[in-house]
Design a protein around this ligand. Structure first.
Ligand code: CAA
Ligand code: FAD
Length: 379
């Protein structure tokens, strides 16, 4: 067992750290306040290869491993989780799904532009009445011979307004239940496809979350991913990797808040000494540091398993469950350590606390992660 990163992994982590400081930090408070999508920053992340990190170079990607992806996600998320969720969705839900299960034609037509960051993708599983209960799809994709006729509504879709390519999960044959579900590649601009207004959110306010409406959208048969009826398995397999990305996002939110609290505690004076001299504060920092390290190891273990072709569903759910809970606890304590200053925007920790909450909800709530983990351990 080696607890060492390679030169390449250290370099990419440093590149992400520098990018987060120089490009994401300036303006992050304003983007949060005005719900502004980090468009320029996303373009630059594409140029740096962060949007198709694990895709082989022949399909426009950077050909890196999942460990590097975790390192990059942590660094970006320390500063701006609204930007890092774009990286997570594009890499692990959209690019991975196409690379692993798409045809050569689909890869050439869609993956190359997505992996290079020229275009952005979205993953569309959740519906107004089906979030956790993802097999209960109401969106229909009726088989019309040479195309599917897509009807229905998807909810809460990250990159909903900015994406060009959408992977949409829909029910083709209800009699087959989840075996009758398909995953279709839908392009922005297809007739009958409309994007709803942007959601006004508690956290990750810069990210672009919309509902999507499909009315008699004709999707060519060649845009189906995998065999007929593979759509639900496609979603589940893709989410296994997606959860590593969100776990690393939660880790970054936690470590970003911890680093700010640590620095602040060494400067703030009370009762004639710095607050870091108070055991009450020292113990908070000790708990934060310990939990963050445990979350980091879970993220890296899940990524390592993925890189080594071993099953990683349980590991990615454990990483997401634990890291997201650590993110919530750590950010609350970081605000506490900042006292009143923690409650105002300039000190960043209140935003990190708001951003942390979503990591317990999307890509499967904490309750859903417990279902996945308990089913694995009881097998
Ligand atoms: N790999 C392959 N197949 C899987 C699988 C996996 N990891 N997990 C489940 N399946 C298969 C099962 O084997 C089963 O197929 P068979 O009948 O052929 O065996 C089928 O899927 C249905 O599985 P279950 O019987 O376990 O279904 P369930 O309804 O009891 O539970 C669930 C499924 C785990 C709760 C699932 O619905 C789930 O993960 N829900 C959460 C949805 C979610 O994570 N949404 C995230 C949306 S994307 C997002 O949020 C992005 C973002 O924010 C940025
Ligand atoms: P519900 O499923 O209605 O859950 C409500 C509560 O009940 C939760 O606490 C849940 O854990 C609990 N619960 C439900 N079932 C069980 C059970 N069996 N056992 C125990 N507890 C249970 N989806 C996408 O497809 N693509 C995206 O890009 C995307 N981005 C998102 C971005 C944001 C900002 C948000 C808020 C959501 C996003 N989602 C996306 C949707 C997200 O994945 C769902 O919100 C999530 O899966 C939960 O579904 P729900 O909101 O319908 O809650």
């Amino acid at each position: 067992m080696h607890f060492e990163f390679s030169e390449e992994q250290l370099m990419i982590r440093q590149a992400a750290r520098d990018f987060a400081q120089t490009e994401l930090k300036p303006g992050v408070i304003e983007r949060d306040e005005h719900q502004k999508f980090p468009a320029e920053q996303v373009k630059k992340m594409g140029e740096l290869g962060f949007l198709g990190m694990m895709v082989p170079p022949e399909y426009g990607g950077s050909g890196m491993d999942a460990i590097s992806y975790v390192l990059v996600m942590e660094e970006l998320s320390k500063i701006d989780a609204s930007a890092s969720v774009v990286v997570s969705v594009n890499n692990s839900l959209v690019c991975y799904g196409l690379e692993k299960y798409g045809t050569e034609e689909q890869k050439r037509k869609y993956l190359v532009a997505l992996a290079s960051g020229e275009k952005i993708g979205a993953f569309c599983l959740s519906e107004p009445e089906a979030g956790s209960d993802a097999t209960s799809q109401h969106t229909t994709a009726v088989d019309m011979g040479d195309h599917y006729l897509l009807n229905g509504t998807k909810n809460w879709i990250t990159n909903g307004g900015t994406a060009s390519t959408y992977l949409v999960i829909a029910q083709t044959d209800p009699s087959k239940k989840h075996h009758g579900i398909n995953a279709l590649i839908v392009e922005k601009g297809m007739e009958g496809f409309t994007v709803g207004p942007k959601e006004n959110k508690l956290g990750i306010r810069g990210s672009d979350t919309h509902s999507l409406m499909f009315t008699d959208v004709k999707v060519p048969k060649e845009n189906r991913i995998g065999e007929d009826g593979f759509g639900f398995k496609f979603a589940m397999k893709t989410l296994e990797g997606g959860r590593i990305g969100i776990a690393a996002q939660a880790l970054g939110i936690a470590s970003g808040a911890y680093e700010l609290a640590l620095e602040y505690s060494k400067q703030r004076k009370a009762f004639g000494k710095t607050i870091s001299d108070l055991q009450a504060i020292q113990f908070k920092l000790a708990d934060m540091a310990t939990q963050i390290e445990a979350a980091r190891l879970l993220c890296l273990k899940a990524a390592w398993l993925k890189d080594h072709g071993q099953p990683y569903a349980q590991a990615s759910s454990m990483a997401k469950l634990y890291a997201s809970e650590v993110a919530m606890r750590t950010t609350i304590e970081a605000v506490q350590i900042h006292g009143g200053y923690g409650f105002v925007k300039e000190y960043h920790v209140e935003r990190l606390m708001r951003d942390a909450k979503i990591t317990q909800i999307y890509e499967g709530t904490s309750e859903i992660q417990r279902i996945v983990i308990s089913r694995e351990v009881l097998k």
